[in-house]
Design a protein around this ligand. Structure first.
Ligand SMILES: [Zn+2]
Length: 311
């Protein structure tokens, strides 16, 4: 059973201006539903304002809530923050927290959006408005749902916002493996950063994870894992610089799931990045990522072949 968090507001209509494609979130859910695997959809509540303000500058939170974000910040974000976007990000942030709560109950759950790892204290950046990973981690710890949280960020871009928002905390460990030459140009410092060379393929990538993650699991001893499962390390991604195959991404996701399972840790994933000309193919990569973790034994090779209408 895949427990997936989704909300109608995730599919905000595309604002005027900006390059971000919001139709992906609709297509992700379509792809998950078309897979035929058993699935339960859960709708999140909006993240309460105080938990956003616990991590972000209250003045910035106010700007987002009023849909009055200064243009300079909107430029950093990459799209205008309309009232609909303001509602959307409250729901996507509520969604990652809710996925973690569901993971506590079911072992694994997915948020079908978010992973907004570039959002910083006083501004959004890089298509991210509020940092759901930092907001959720802080709330889970404050409310006693977890005592030590490991955030594994395997998006091809560094989780710079997450790293800076959670810097210095002893109850959170941030791990980011990303393409060294990719955005952001100026990197933050995670608890552990691994910079990867352009063009890295499946086997080398998996070897890197295996070099770091088991030791981090053992040393930090988390009781909950948040996973930013961006599919932009894929060889076909428009913004990635790595060369993972579809099968490589599935191996990656199952590797991370298995790390958590071995220690009986709940693990929740957030969608993360994925960019391409054909949004349907990107959406299928995200769907496969969630299914790979919810159904670790299933053969996913054939899953989306033949489902796509001829073009
Ligand atoms: Zn990314």
């Amino acid at each position: 059973m895949l427990h997936v968090v989704h909300h109608a507001d995730y599919m905000a209509p595309r604002p005027e201006g900006g390059t971000f494609r919001f139709d992906k979130y609709y297509l992700v859910m379509e792809a998950v539903r078309a897979s035929g695997f058993a699935l339960t959809e859960h709708a999140p509540d909006p993240m309460p304002r105080e938990w956003l303000e616990a991590v972000h500058d209250p003045e910035y939170v106010e700007q987002v809530f009023r849909a009055a974000v200064p243009r300079e910040k909107e430029r950093r974000i990459g799209f205008p923050v309309t009232p609909h976007i303001a509602s959307r990000v409250r729901h996507t942030n509520g969604g990652t927290w809710f996925a973690a709560k569901l993971a506590l109950e079911h072992g694994y759950a997915a948020n079908s959006a978010a992973g907004s790892h570039h959002a910083l204290h006083h501004t959004g950046a890089g298509y991210c408005v509020f940092n759901d990973l930092a907001v959720a981690a802080n709330r889970l710890l404050a409310e006693g749902d977890a005592r030590r949280i490991l955030i594994i960020d395997l998006d091809v871009h560094q989780g710079d916002g997450t790293a800076s928002l959670l810097a210095g905390r002893e109850d959170v460990f941030t791990f980011s493996a990303h393409a060294a030459k990719n955005f952001p140009a100026r990197k933050a410092r995670s608890s552990c950063d691994v910079e990867l060379p352009d063009g890295m393929g499946d086997d080398d990538y998996l070897a890197v994870l295996d070099r770091y993650l088991p030791a981090i699991m053992a040393d930090f001893a988390p009781d909950l894992v948040l996973y930013q499962a961006g599919v932009d390390p894929h060889e076909g991604d428009r913004l990635g610089r790595l060369a993972l195959s579809d099968a490589g991404l599935v191996r990656r996701d199952r590797y991370v799931l298995d790390l958590a399972r071995r220690r009986s840790l709940p693990i929740a994933s957030a969608l993360g990045g994925g960019y391409g000309e054909d949004q349907r193919i990107v959406a299928e990569r995200h769907a496969r990522s969630m299914l790979a973790m919810a159904f670790p034994q299933a053969n996913l090779d054939e899953i989306y072949r033949g489902l796509r209408p001829p073009r």
